[in-house]
Each structure stands twice: as structure tokens, then as C-alpha cells.
Design a protein around this ligand. Structure first.
Ligand SMILES: [Zn+2]
Length: 312
């Protein structure tokens, strides 16, 4: 017979259920073909792309299976051109409980577009994705993390096009991208009264004056796992959401070999054979979720706790 006090405890349980919290870390995929990577610009030109075999569908299906195996859901930032060619793939991503977000239409860096070209690019990609899924697309990731200080104007356009968050800034110094002074926490951008768009920056850890990137792409492929896990633990200790990002081509053991200079070759191909295992290891070691959970769950109280959240 249960005692009256244990009955009371079970009655109280629903009231004490924890409030939803933002995920400790976000799992993201940039859904593109290998030849969309910036390293191929000037090597595979746009007109020649159709000569190269498409691999995105098979590799993305592999990632969906991997995430399902680990019982983790994430956000897939999809190119409009890829979605148009593979609508079944977009439905498969969605049916596994993942979020569909936009990676722009054709992988053009914002730094190489005018504001009106950018508006057209994101509008087209959002429309293609929403026509396939029947759901609003809330998130955006710039190709090659190309929201930098001089393209900050992009937030106003994203907000007006109906996006609620972006994950496009890498707060580091880098030859192709980076906004080193952005700060390490999510921030409200293009704030107009009670309207704004969140930027959830890619993950860095600060050592003295240097921001060290980690958690995705070449950084995840090249760093030893104990170092990556150390960075993730530091982020969680500081209550900052960590962001993992992976491209379908990064787990492709049959990635076509395309001639390019040695440094570019190293950046692009190194670590592909071990990437899938690294992602699996991370998914089993930390708690991950979809990025739209951030805008659903971020408690208002956190804004005054984190000065960087207040904007500039
Ligand atoms: Zn990309």
C-alpha cells in the first residue's frame, strides 16, 4: 500500500515538471553538394556543375540514419537548388523529426551579393522549402558563414523575409569569413521595437585574445576528439549553446577527387574517413537538439543575465 505522503508526492508531480530549457548544444547540417563548398570556386564553375555526379541525397540519408540511431534531432539548412532537385530528401529529413531551414538558394556568399540580390536569393530558397514542407522556414545559415561586419545589413532583410533566427557568424579571424568582435553569446540583431532576429553564432572558445573555433566542418575533422569534448564541456559550463555543423560531403568516403592546390586539398579532404565516427561520439556524449528550440525556449530572464544578448 502506498503511504499517503507518497500519494501526495505523485499528485504534486505534474506541477513540478521542469520548464522547457534551451538545448545545451545544437546539431546542424548544411545540405549542399561537395562542389558547392567555397574551396571549389574557380575550380568547378557553376556551368560545369552538371558534369559532376550528385552525392548529396545518399550522404544526407546517411546522416538522417546516424541521427536516428543516436535518437537525436537537428536542423538541416538546405540550399534551394538542392531542395528543388531532391524534394523527396527534404520530406525524409522532415519525417524524421528534424527542422528544415534555409542555406540560401545557390550557395553564393553574401559578401559577393548586393542587398537586392541577397533578398531575391533568400526569398527564393524559403519559397521552395515551404512549398515542399508546407511549414514556415524560420532559420537561415549564410553560405560560408558570410555574415560579417560589413554584411550586417543582411539581418534587416532576413527579418523582413520572415526569418526568426540565423546561425551565420563565426566570431573568429579567418581568410574567407569571420566577425571576431561579434561576441560569444546569441544576440538580437536588427532590433526594431519588439521585432528582431536572433543570431546564434558558431562555437569558439576564448584563450587570451584569441577565439579558437571548434565543433564543425574542418575543425571537427582535424581536432582530436578529447580536445573537441573539452571545448564542449567549457561551453556548457559557461551556459553557452554549442553548435555542431556538418556537411553531407564530409562523411562521403566516395567523395570524387578533384585536382586543386595542396593547401585547399588538405582543408577539404582531410579527416573525411573519421568524421562519421566523430559525429556519433559527440551525439552520444552531449545533449543536442533542433535550433528552432532556441527561439521557442530561451527564457526572457536570460536576456538580462547575459549582457551580450541585449544587442549593441
Ligand atoms: Zn554551405
Amino acid at each position: 500500500m502506498p503511504s499517503p505522503s507518497s500519494d501526495m508526492a505523485s499528485l504534486r508531480k505534474p506541477e513540478q515538471a521542469p520548464q522547457p530549457e534551451p538545448n545545451a548544444s545544437y546539431l546542424t547540417v548544411d545540405v549542399e553538394e561537395y562542389y558547392h563548398a567555397e574551396v571549389f570556386s574557380g575550380i568547378v564553375d557553376r556551368a560545369a556543375r552538371k558534369k559532376y555526379p550528385p552525392h548529396v541525397e545518399r550522404n544526407t540519408m546517411e546522416l538522417i540514419r546516424l541521427f536516428n540511431d543516436c535518437n537525436v534531432r537537428g536542423t538541416y539548412f538546405v540550399l534551394g537548388t538542392v531542395a528543388k532537385k531532391h524534394p523527396g530528401l527534404i520530406r525524409a529529413i522532415l519525417e524524421s523529426g528534424n527542422e528544415i531551414a534555409s542555406h540560401g538558394n545557390d550557395h553564393r556568399m553574401i559578401t559577393k551579393m548586393s542587398p537586392s540580390e541577397f533578398r531575391e536569393d533568400v526569398r527564393r530558397s524559403k519559397q521552395i522549402l515551404e512549398d515542399i514542407t508546407g511549414m514556415a522556414v524560420l532559420g537561415y545559415r549564410a553560405p560560408t558563414f558570410s555574415i560579417v561586419e560589413k554584411t550586417e545589413w543582411a539581418y534587416e532583410i532576413l527579418l523582413n523575409e520572415g526569418f526568426r533566427y540565423s546561425s551565420s557568424v563565426f566570431p573568429i579571424r579567418h581568410d574567407r569569413y569571420g566577425w571576431p568582435g561579434f561576441g560569444l553569446f546569441p544576440r538580437k540583431m536588427a532590433v526594431r521595437g519588439n521585432r528582431w532576429i536572433w543570431e546564434i553564432p558558431l562555437s569558439v572558445e576564448r584563450f587570451g585574445f584569441i577565439n579558437v573555433p571548434f565543433g564543425g566542418g574542418g575543425y571537427l575533422r582535424l581536432y582530436p576528439m578529447p580536445l573537441t569534448k573539452y571545448f564542449f564541456r567549457r561551453m556548457s559550463r559557461d551556459d553557452r549553446p554549442a553548435v555542431v555543423y556538418v556537411h553531407p560531403w564530409e562523411i562521403d568516403r566516395q567523395h570524387p577527387r578533384i585536382a586543386m592546390p595542396a593547401l585547399k586539398r588538405m582543408r577539404h579532404y582531410l579527416g573525411i574517413s573519421g568524421m562519421e565516427e566523430k559525429v556519433r561520439d559527440l551525439l552520444r556524449s552531449f545533449r543536442f537538439g533542433r535550433m528552432d528550440d532556441f527561439i521557442k525556449c530561451v527564457p526572457a530572464a536570460r536576456e538580462k543575465d547575459i549582457p551580450a544578448l541585449v544587442g549593441r
